[in-house]
Design a protein around this ligand. Structure first.
Ligand SMILES: [Zn+2]
Length: 327
């Protein structure tokens, strides 16, 4: 259960984490039971097993979640083909709980991420250009932000493996036990750069039921965090919920970072954000409302005011900017 939570980008402290529903401020209420192999949130009451958690976080159906898990942890394909029983990583490890689980000993691999992204092309495919346009991101802006398209993940894996080896790809969080990238179909890659290095990237899948993928086991950083060092204290800074929103706002001349959901929010970010005039930009949906409450609580706890610019119902910031741009 802990392996799966970590693979989904949930940062556990012991067996606790901030709930993905965004209601936690001071104390985490999402709890993993390593004995029962289940999770439960003592704040909102949601609970389930590892499959249910994958469904929740990726917003996919049961069978797609099963497929994601088996691909990621090599539960069926690898173990069966090898003809030997390998202890599935989904089972509670028999080792002491202080040992980090094997399947998740991953570190950000900036070198490999940058190498991969440099070998992907600018967004040209119809799916990608339509996506960017719908999100208010002009082609030049996408180029400037380093957004690229990856058309064929199977081929990309072969090229990666030839250069870096399967183990390095796995420990960079891009593959499970199967020799394949953890997503399928055409996708856009959004690099997270900091100090000239690519510390992370978000994959927006446009041909699969799974919408987003980020390197497994790597805590999601803040998007565009390098912006903070370029801003004068007191400057206006927008905190968006999604990467495309932050890019679209930057394109409209507004300083913006993105925080990828309450689960990835780290309390040390509050300190980095304190010097600025903050405007939260949640999506115009139920999740956005939770995100807004979450941010409000995080900053209220530090006596810092934050305003909110809420887009109309069922729209996000980039939709609003796209309407303006395409009109
Ligand atoms: Zn909860």
């Amino acid at each position: 259960m802990a392996d799966v939570a970590l693979a989904l980008g949930i940062t556990l402290r012991g067996n606790k984490a901030m709930c993905f529903n965004g209601h936690d401020a001071a104390s985490p209420s999402f709890t993993v039971s390593k004995v029962r192999n289940t999770w439960r949130c003592f704040g909102c009451g949601e609970h389930g097993d590892s499959i249910a958690l994958v469904q929740k976080i990726h917003g996919i159906a049961f069978l797609d979640a099963c497929k994601w898990l088996s691909d990621h942890f090599g539960i069926v394909s690898v173990d069966v083909r090898l003809g030997r029983r390998v202890r599935p990583s989904l089972r509670a490890p028999s080792t002491k709980s202080s040992d980090p689980p094997q399947a998740t000993t991953t570190d950000p691999d900036s070198e490999l991420y940058a190498w991969l992204i440099a070998r992907c092309g600018p967004v040209k495919g119809a799916l990608g250009t339509a996506y960017l346009q719908a999100h208010g991101i002009a082609p030049e802006l996408a180029l400037k932000c380093g957004v690229v398209e990856l058309v064929d993940p199977a081929r990309a894996y072969c090229v990666l493996e030839k250069h870096w080896g399967a183990e390095r790809i796995r420990s960079a969080g891009l593959s499970g036990k199967r020799r394949a990238l953890s997503w399928s179909g055409y996708a856009l890659l959004f690099p997270f750069k900091s100090g000239g290095t690519t510390q992370y990237f978000q994959v927006r899948c446009l041909q699969s039921n799974m919408k987003f993928f980020g390197p497994s086991g790597i805590p999601k950083p803040m998007y565009n965090s390098q912006r903070l060092s370029q801003l004068q204290p007191g400057s206006l800074l927008h905190i968006c919920e999604g990467v495309p929103d932050a890019i679209a706002m930057e394109g409209a001349g507004l300083a913006a970072v993105a925080v990828l959901g309450a689960t990835s929010f780290r309390s040390e970010w509050v300190d980095e954000l304190l010097p600025f005039d903050l405007v939260g930009v949640p999506d115009g949906d139920a999740a956005g409302e939770k995100f807004m409450k979450f941010l409000a609580m995080e900053f209220r706890a530090r006596s810092k005011s934050i305003r909110f610019a809420v887009p109309p119902r069922d729209m996000d910031a980039s939709d609003v900017i796209a309407r303006g741009m395409n009109a």
